[in-house]
Write a protein that binds this ligand. Structure first.
Ligand SMILES: NC(=O)c1ccc[n+]([C@@H]2O[C@H](COP(=O)([O-])OP(=O)(O)OC[C@H]3O[C@@H](n4cnc5c(N)ncnc54)[C@H](OP(=O)(O)O)[C@@H]3O)[C@@H](O)[C@H]2O)c1
Length: 272
């Protein structure tokens, strides 16, 4: 096979977008997917389709892998290769993968397929610094790259932290829409206020982070007991409207045993 700038292995929703972004940026691209037909339109755009995964990995020095999970990577790669893994997984799995591909990078895509190839798509990497520096310019084609450090597990760990943020925020939003819908108010009409709420929370993050790092939690916005009283209101409101109260009940359960005169960030002591 001809040598290309980059090989993309895995052409699901995300891998396909990655390959397309590399092509759009003018790179020569080799692709491989278990189901070969998913490469057809990329070949029409100029990609080379490898017949085997071995052929694909030999075609480029930069091999980007984006498959379902780490089990799929292990199944496909019997032996060590230098790869940039963009498949999701835990930090432990990233560390294990680094044992047989120490010269590679683990990455986490903090974007959806539609955003790939734009500056808004943030992709974090960790692992071999020399590999990152060698390929940074090419990796810019798929999103804004950021190197977190030589510990291979850091990208996966940051992805987990972002997933926690995403689901907790979305659950809070959905719980609010359920309350409003029970009262006949549309979710759409709630969006401007919800966006304002997200902005307010955003403005608290740096100060909360300082407290978490210092392990000291003087009240910022209010004391924890004021939060707990408001959680009780939310639990009663939910029950009154026939909306599930499990979420606020769970939130309240997390405050058990935490000094109520401290700020909300003191909850982290319960989580760790
Ligand atoms: N989609 C997103 O918004 C998003 C965002 C951030 C991160 N990610 C991560 O990106 C990765 C891929 O996601 P996706 O949305 O592209 O998923 P997807 O559309 O379901 O594609 C899965 C890909 O993995 C391949 N695959 C699965 N098992 C395999 C195996 N045993 N051997 C070889 N190939 C195998 C599939 O091949 P076939 O086509 O042959 O089935 C396909 O190419 C996941 O780890 C996901 O968490 C996705």
């Amino acid at each position: 096979m001809q040598t290309t700038d980059v090989t993309v292995i895995g052409l699901g929703l995300m891998g396909h977008s990655l390959a397309k972004a590399f092509l759009t940026a003018g790179h020569s691209v080799t692709v491989w997917n278990r189901t070969r037909s998913k490469a057809d339109d990329l070949v029409a755009l100029g990609a080379a389709s490898a017949a085997t995964i071995q052929e694909a990995t030999e075609a480029s020095e930069l091999v980007v892998v984006c498959v379902t999970d780490f089990a799929a990577i292990r199944e496909q790669f019997g032996k060590a290769v230098t790869l940039v893994n963009l498949s999701s997984g835990t930090s432990e799995q990233a560390r294990e993968t680094a044992e047989w591909a120490p010269a590679g990078l683990d990455g986490a895509i903090l974007a959806v397929p539609d955003g790939i190839g734009t500056d808004e798509a943030v992709i974090v990497y960790s692992g071999d610094r020399a590999a990152y520096e060698r390929h940074e310019a090419t990796l810019k084609a798929i999103g804004t790259p950021s190197f977190l450090g030589e510990d291979h597990s850091l990208a996966a760990l940051h992805e987990m932290a972002i997933l926690s943020l995403m689901w907790n925020m979305l659950n809070g939003f959905l719980h609010g829409t359920a309350l409003l819908q029970a009262a006949g108010v549309s979710a759409a009409s709630y969006v401007p206020l919800a966006e304002k709420g997200v902005d307010t929370i955003k403005s608290w993050l740096a100060a909360y982070a300082d407290q978490v790092d210092a392990g000291d939690f003087p009240p910022l916005d209010s004391t924890l007991d004021v939060h707990v009283a408001a959680m009780d209101h939310l639990i009663h409101e939910s029950r009154h409207l026939g909306v599930g109260a499990e979420l606020p009940e769970f939130l309240k359960s997390l405050t058990t045993g935490v000094d109520p005169t401290r700020g909300y960030a003191a909850l982290v002591s319960r989580l760790r």
